[in-house]
Design a protein around this ligand. Structure first.
Ligand code: HEC
Length: 125
């Protein structure tokens, strides 16, 4: 009887150990965060990387030029950005339409960043 009790305790402890060791930690997947409201959107830090990963493969010679060397000048000089009515900017309406489609489509977060950058004056910052 005593032996059984010890056995029982040992099994219980072992099961508890198993249970605890199997416990997993949930990894919080935070969505790519928008910079805080009081933070200005830097073209170099936030906008250019979107072009580099999603646009520059096609927009090398096609306007707007979206390579790191040419993007800012092309967007401004070729009229793709309208700081008076930011949401009407061709750059923004085009990405909002789902262009170019597939894996290179910009996300809602990226589109929001683009709009904020234009609203803040489309600076080369
Ligand atoms: C797979 C190739 C491809 C990719 C990637 C691509 N584009 Fe385009 N883009 C085109 C083509 C082709 C056109 C012209 C036809 C059209 O308007 O859809 C175009 C047109 C545009 C226009 C309108 C040009 C005008 O003068 O009216 C804008 C703005 C634009 N793209 C922005 C972007 C942005 C921003 C990205 C990245 C999020 C991007 N494109 C990714 C191929 C691409």
């Amino acid at each position: 009887m005593k032996k059984n009790k010890i056995k029982y305790i040992l099994i219980s402890l072992f099961s508890m150990f198993l249970f605890v060791s199997c416990e997993y930690t949930t990894i919080e997947l935070t969505p790519p965060e928008l910079p805080s409201e009081d933070q200005e959107i830097s073209f170099a830090q936030y906008i250019q990387p979107i072009f580099a990963s999603k646009c520059a493969t096609c927009h090398i010679t096609r306007k707007p030029i979206l390579t790191s060397a040419g993007a800012y000048n092309s967007l401004i000089n070729d009229g793709y950005v309208n700081t008076t009515t930011p949401a009407s900017s061709t750059l923004y309406t085009k990405v909002l339409s789902g262009h170019p489609g597939g894996s290179q489509t910009s996300t809602a977060t990226e589109n929001a960043l683009i709009l904020r950058w234009i609203t803040e004056g489309a600076k080369n910052n």
